[in-house]
Design a protein around this ligand. Structure first.
Ligand SMILES: Cc1cc2nc3c(=O)[nH]c(=O)nc-3n(C[C@H](O)[C@H](O)[C@H](O)COP(=O)(O)OP(=O)(O)OC[C@H]3O[C@@H](n4cnc5c(N)ncnc54)[C@H](O)[C@@H]3O)c2cc1C
Length: 331
């Protein structure tokens, strides 16, 4: 079958890979825009909710699935985009160190809470708690690799979808006819809401900084309230904030001040800010990921609501959506 896919963010990318695995052709429509969630995501794949020291829902299934998915895509496209440098959590006081050590012996957490390392001299910390099974996806690179693959092996159209009509005979998208339609539109969700139902979004804004610092040599992601992540020789990303009240597009002074304050609490080297950016996470009110196939048109599906963890969740939910397509058709 030939599917039209609307959106090539994290959701659209893994949906395209799964569609290809099921033997379908894809024409992807994606209006490339640097502010969409996937293009500003910092790519952390983390089984823990670090703020509460709890395990993220379905962590084990999601981590195992995304590890095998990304490894398979790296192998298929012969390009690396996954870094297995584990996250380190900054522990600042004796009680935080003691708490981390005791959690590392907890039956529910021992898979994820690891040992404590001696901190690097750039950090005001008593110890660095290792988060086991954490990863970082180089999101920009991954999206570009999938984009190149779609252009070569399938069809990619860098255009806004302004017209869709649906009937029992197929789907017409911007004047082109298809057998089916996949919607991975993120927050815009114009067509998902027209064809399925209104989605109950409750987005959160995230802001980040790129800083330059000459003395720091830290290869792994570090976290305490915010992340510090190496990009290249002396550039690091700091971020991202969470804000559900200010949903204006574009970075804010308050966001920048908060990041500097959070970083300065534990990062001691001098730095210069060279960039400041923001984006909105497509989170639902109930925090659940939503996906499914249309009751009347069984070849029209959607995936949305990846929230703050699209790198972790998109591979699993794309595969689940496709497995339901098979069942849906058999009924
Ligand atoms: C600041 C920030 C930091 C983040 N950090 C992380 C992180 O570290 N780890 C993590 O896992 N997640 C992170 N996230 C969350 C992650 O970015 C999202 O979960 C994910 O990107 C959502 O992907 P999506 O494909 O559903 O939506 P989107 O990324 O919004 O992609 C939708 C795409 O569809 C296109 N589109 C929509 N409508 C149309 C149309 N009509 N015609 C053509 N194209 C259309 C859009 O242009 C876009 O390219 C972060 C988000 C933000 C904002």
């Amino acid at each position: 079958m030939h599917f039209a896919l609307i959106g090539q963010g994290l959701a659209g990318s893994s949906l395209a890979i799964e569609a290809d695995k099921h033997g379908h052709d894809i024409t992807c429509f994606d209006l490339s825009n640097n502010n969409v969630a996937s293009r500003v995501a910092i790519g952390i794949i983390n089984p823990l909710v670090l703020k509460n020291r709890t395990v993220f829902d379905k962590s084990e299934i999601l981590i195992n699935h995304c590890l095998s998915y990304y490894a398979e895509v790296e192998k298929m496209l012969q390009e690396p985009f996954l870094s297995k440098n584990l996250i380190r959590e900054v522990l600042s006081s004796p009680s935080e160190v003691a708490n981390w050590m005791s959690l590392s012996k907890d039956a529910n957490l021992e898979k994820y809470i690891g040992s404590i390392e001696t901190p690097h001299k750039s950090l005001a910390a008593l110890g660095l708690g290792i988060v086991k099974n954490s990863l970082r996806l180089d999101v920009k690179n991954y999206l570009q690799i999938i984009r190149n693959w779609l252009s070569k092996q399938h069809n990619l159209q860098n255009e806004d979808v302004t017209n869709i009509s649906v009937s029992k005979n197929g789907v017409i998208v911007n004047g082109q006819k298809f057998d089916g339609l996949l919607l991975a539109e993120g927050l815009r969700a114009k067509w998902t809401q027209k064809i399925f139902q209104p989605l109950q979004f409750s987005p959160s804004k995230g802001e980040g900084l790129i800083i330059e610092t000459t003395n720091t040599h830290i290869d792994f992601p570090i976290h305490r309230n915010t992340f510090l992540l190496k990009e290249n020789e002396n550039r690091y990303t700091v971020g991202a904030t969470f804000n559900r009240k200010d949903l204006q597009t574009g970075p804010s002074k308050a966001g920048k001040d908060l990041l500097i304050q959070e970083l300065s609490y534990w990062f001691q080297d001098d730095f210069k800010i060279v960039n400041h950016w923001s984006g909105l996470r497509p989170t639902m009110k109930n925090r659940k990921i939503c996906f499914g196939w249309h009751k009347e048109f069984p070849n029209i599906g959607f995936l949305n609501g990846l929230g703050s963890r699209g790198a972790l969740t998109s591979p699993y939910y794309s595969s689940l959506l496709w497995s339901q397509h098979q069942n849906h058709k058999k009924r």
